[in-house]
Design a protein. Sequence first.
Length: 167
Amino acid sequence: MGAWGITVRQSDDGLDLLDTIVMEQLRKVNFAVFNVSEAITLLNQTIQEEIEQYKQKPPSKTTDFYISNSLMHNFTNAAILVAECLYDYYQTGELVVYDYVGELYDPIEYHIKNLVVTGNDLLSLLAELESVQSPEHWKYQGWASEEILRQWLKHIQSVQQTLKEHA
């Protein structure tokens, strides 16, 4: 996994998933509102479509590995990403996202101040946050050192606590 931080928003996968939300959801509403249910549904559909495309390829160890270890992991990353977006919103009163447009892909910064989230959204995200804290979970096991794992757990627990306060 390419990454440069402990949050999903700082990982290559997370940035790709967030870009999908920006292009397919937020642009359509002129960055006026972040709808959690729609974001989760969009990401899950996008991941499922990519899995189906790979299943059309001739079977191989590489294809099977990519589906099971990359694409299937994106469902977890998508949930954590959306949870982190909520966390940022609850902490600051806005969600900051970037839209990369133009020939040079110059980022335009948007501050989204409206959020739509249901109790069911929060419950499903909280369940995923709880799940990844299990020592048996691939996400838990994926950190290079104990120190980074501790930082990540502290982050995940902070996200979890903030979402619980709003559930």
